[in-house]
Design a protein around this ligand. Structure first.
Ligand SMILES: Cc1cc2nc3c(=O)[nH]c(=O)nc-3n(C[C@H](O)[C@H](O)[C@H](O)COP(=O)(O)OP(=O)(O)OC[C@H]3O[C@@H](n4cnc5c(N)ncnc54)[C@H](O)[C@@H]3O)c2cc1C
Length: 589
C-alpha cells in the first residue's frame, strides 16, 4: 500500500516563515513567481506526483531495468518512457531553468519543491530529469555559446537527458586518479575519448532521443592528479545522427533504486568537446555536483516525509495493548490504538520534527541560492553565496543520514507490517540508503565543511552564519513567548561556536584530529542549524492562531527538547578525538 499526499501545507508554511515573498519573489527576475503562484504550481506538481509517479514506483522496483548484450541498449520499466513524456508535456523538466533556453524561468526554491515531490514518489525516475538539470547548470556556467545553442534547448525541454561520468574502477572519491584519455582529433574538431566509467546513473536508457554525457578525462599533456582533469561533453548521437562510441557494457545489481540504471560505460574513441578550460575540469563538475548535492540532500527529507505519512496512516488504524494511562483506555474496544503508547509517539515525532527542520533548512539554502545569483546588491549576493557554500555539505550529509534513520524509525512504528512489502516502507529504506554514498560520501561532505568551508576567507562563512542566527535572536528577544525557543537555540549556537574554535585549533596542529571528528561535527552543525530553523518556524507560528501554527509550535518544542540535545553526546565523543581510533594497528582491526 502506498500512502502519499504532497505536503503543500507545510511547504507553504515554510515559505511564509522564511519570507519567500521578501527574499525571492521580490527579486526582479522572479516577479512572476509570487507565493500564491509558486504554491499553485507546487499543488499541481504534487497531484501529478501522487497520480503518475507513485504508482510506477513499485513497478519500477519490481521490474528493474534490462540490458541487451547484443545491442547494448537498456530498457527501463513499463511506463517510464511515457511518464517522462508526460512530465515534459507538463513543463516540469526545466521549470527553474532560463526562459531563453525554453525553461520556466522559476527560482531554485521552486525547482527544489519539484525535487522533493518527485523524490518522495519515484526516486529512480526523478534521477533522469535531476541529472539533466545538473548538466544544464554546468553548460550554462562553462559551455561555449555554440554548446549552449546546440544542447540547452533539447536538455531544458527534456527531449534529451544528461549524465555525470566521473567514477572509474580505480577512482571514486579520489578523482585525481581518473585515467580516461582525451586525444585531439585529426580533423581538429573536438577530442576522442577512451576509457571506462562505472556506476553511471541513466548512462543508457530508452526514455529520451539522445543522452548527453559530461565526462571527466585527461588531455595528453595533463599534469598528474586532480589538477590534470578536464571536462568534456560527449553525446550518444552526434549532430549528423551517427552513433558516438560510448556504450553501456553492463548494469549493476544493487540494494535499491532498481528502476534507475547504474551503468558500466565504455568510451571507445567517443567524440567529445571540452567544456571550460583545459585541466580545470573539477570547476565545471563542481557546478553540477553542487546542484546535485542539494537534490541528494533532499532525498532524506522526501523519504522521511513519505515514510512518516505511511507510518502515521498505519498507526491511526492499528490497535494493540492497553494505554499505560487507565483514563485513555477505550474499554469498549479489545485494545487501544497504538498512538496511546508514548514510544510510538516518540518515533513518529522524531521523524516529523526532524523532517520539518531539515525541509526548512533546505529551502533556506535554496532561497539564499536564488539571492546569490539574482540579488541586485553585490554584498547580498556574496553573503548568500557564502551561506550556500557553508550549508550545502551540511544539507547533503545531515539530511541523508537522518532521512535513512527516519525511514527505519517509521518502519519500527509499523512493526512487522513495515518490514513486509505490503506498505512499501521497505522499498523506501532500500532506496534511501544510497544518498549517503553518492555525490561525495557523507564523510567527504564533512571534510569539505571542516577542511574547506570553515577556513575559507579566514572563517568568513561561519561568521556570516553566526551573525544571521544572532540577528534573528536579537530581533525576537523582546517577544516573551519566544523565550522558550530562543533559550535552547542560544545555548546550542554558543556550543557550536566553541566547538568550531576548538576544532580549528586542533585540526591545524594535527589534521588527523579534524578527520576523526568531522562527521560528528557536521551532525552537531546540522542539529544546530535545524534548531535555528525551528525557532524561525515558531516565530512565524506565534503570529497565527490556527491549528497548523499550534502544531508547529509543539513540533518546535519537540525538536528543541527531544532532538537537539543529541549534540551533547556528540560533543563528548568529539572531545575524545582520534586517540582511541588511531591507536589500533591494522592487524588489530
Ligand atoms: C547507485 C549509484 C549511482 C551512482 N551514480 C554515479 C553517477 O551517475 N556518476 C558517477 O560518476 N558516479 C556515480 N556513482 C559513484 C559514487 O559517486 C561513488 O560511489 C562515491 O563517490 C564513492 O566512491 P567509491 O564508491 O569508489 O568509494 P571509495 O572512494 O572507495 O570510498 C570508500 C570509503 O572510504 C572513505 N574515504 C575515501 N576517501 C577518503 C578520505 N580522503 N578521507 C576519509 N575517508 C575516505 C569513503 O568515505 C568511503 O567510506 C554512483 C554510485 C552508486 C552506487
Amino acid at each position: 500500500m502506498q500512502v502519499y499526499k504532497a505536503p503543500i501545507d507545510d511547504l507553504r508554511f515554510v515559505f511564509e516563515a522564511l519570507d519567500y515573498p521578501g527574499r525571492v519573489a521580490a527579486l526582479a527576475d522572479f516577479a512572476d513567481f509570487d507565493l500564491d503562484t509558486v504554491m499553485e504550481i507546487a499543488a499541481q506538481a504534487g497531484k501529478f506526483a501522487a497520480k503518475e509517479l507513485l504508482p510506477l514506483n513499485r513497478i519500477g522496483d519490481q521490474q528493474g531495468v534490462q540490458w541487451d548484450p547484443e545491442t547494448k541498449a537498456v530498457k527501463t520499466a513499463d511506463g517510464f518512457p511515457a511518464l517522462l513524456r508526460k512530465f515534459r508535456d507538463n513543463g516540469f523538466t526545466g521549470i527553474a531553468q532560463p526562459v531563453e533556453w525554453g525553461g520556466g524561468g522559476g527560482p531554485h526554491s521552486l525547482g527544489l519543491i519539484f525535487g522533493e515531490l518527485a523524490t518522495s514518489t519515484n526516486k529512480s525516475f526523478s534521477m533522469c530529469p535531476g541529472l539533466t538539470n545538473g548538466l544544464i547548470d554546468a553548460l550554462l556556467a562553462y559551455g561555449t555559446d555554440e554548446q549552449k545553442q546546440y544542447y540547452l534547448p533539447k536538455l531544458v525541454t527534456g527531449e534529451w537527458s544528461g549524465t555525470m561520468c566521473l567514477t572509474e574502477p580505480q577512482c571514486g572519491t579520489d578523482l585525481g586518479l581518473v585515467a580516461t584519455r582525451a586525444e585531439p582529433t585529426a580533423d581538429g574538431d573536438g577530442y576522442l575519448l577512451t576509457g571506462n566509467k562505472i556506476w553511471i546513473t541513466f548512462g543508457e536508457h530508452d526514455m529520451t532521443d539522445n543522452i548527453v554525457h559530461l565526462v571527466l578525462a585527461r588531455l595528453p599533456d595533463a599534469p598528474e592528479g586532480i589538477r590534470g582533469i578536464s571536462t568534456f561533453v560527449v553525446p550518444k548521437f552526434l549532430e549528423d545522427g551517427t552513433r558516438n562510441p560510448i556504450f553501456c557494457t553492463g548494469l549493476e545489481h544493487k540494494l535499491g533504486i532498481h528502476a534507475s540504471p547504474t551503468c558500466v560505460m565504455s568510451l571507445e574513441g567517443a567524440r567529445g568537446w571540452l567544456v571550460g578550460e583545459p585541466h580545470r575540469g573539477m570547476k565545471s563538475m563542481f557546478v553540477m555536483m553542487n546542484h546535485a548535492r542539494l537534490t541528494v540532500g533532499q532525498e532524506g527529507i522526501a523519504y522521511g516525509e513519505i515514510a512518516y505519512q505511511t507510518a502515521l496512516a498505519f498507526a491511526k488504524d492499528r490497535r494493540q495493548s492497553r494505554s499505560l494511562d487507565p483514563k485513555k483506555q477505550e474499554v469498549d474496544q479489545k485494545a487501544d490504538n497504538i498512538l496511546v503508547h508514548p514510544d510510538v509517539r516518540r518515533m513518529l515525532l522524531n521523524v516529523k520534527a526532524s523532517t520539518e527542520a531539515m525541509r526548512a533548512l533546505l529551502f533556506h539554502v535554496a532561497m539564499h541560492l536564488d539571492a546569490s545569483h539574482h540579488h541586485p546588491d553585490e554584498a547580498e549576493r556574496v553573503r548568500s553565496s557564502d551561506l550556500v557554500a557553508l550549508l550545502t555539505p551540511v544539507v547533503k550529509a545531515w539530511t541523508t543520514e537522518r532521512g535513512f534513520l527516519n525511514v527505519s524509525e517509521a518502519m519500527q512504528v509499523m512493526g512487522g507490517s513495515g518490514y513486509t512489502t505490503d506498505w512499501s516502507v521497505e522499498q523506501y529504506l532500500r532506496d534511501s540508503r544510497i544518498a549517503m554514498i553518492y555525490e561525495g560520501t557523507n564523510h567527504i561532505q564533512a571534510l569539505d565543511l571542516v577542511g574547506r568551508k570553515l577556513p575559507m576567507g579566514g572563517g568568513r562563512l561561519m561568521k556570516t552564519f553566526a551573525a544571521e542566527v544572532t540577528s534573528f535572536i536579537k530581533a525576537n528577544a523582546d517577544t516573551p513567548a519566544m523565550g522558550e525557543f530562543l533559550g535552547p537555540l542560544k545555548a546550542a549556537s554558543k556550543e557550536l561556536s566553541e566547538l568550531t574554535m576548538q576544532l580549528a585549533m586542533k585540526g591545524m596542529a594535527d589534521p588527523e584530529e579534524a578527520g576523526a571528528v568531522a562527521s560528528n561535527y557536521l551532525t552537531v552543525f546540522g542539529l544546530t542549524a535545524g534548531a535555528y530553523m525551528m525557532a524561525r518556524m515558531a516565530a512565524y507560528a506565534l503570529t497565527r492562531e490556527d491549528r497548523q501554527a499550534r502544531a508547529k509550535l509543539k513540533t518546535a518544542r519537540y525538536y528543541l527538547h527531544n532532538i537537539l540535545p543529541e549534540t551533547k553526546s556528540l560533543i563528548a565523543i568529539i572531545g575524545a578525538g582520534k586517540a582511541h581510533m588511531m591507536d589500533f594497528d591494522a592487524d588489530e582491526l
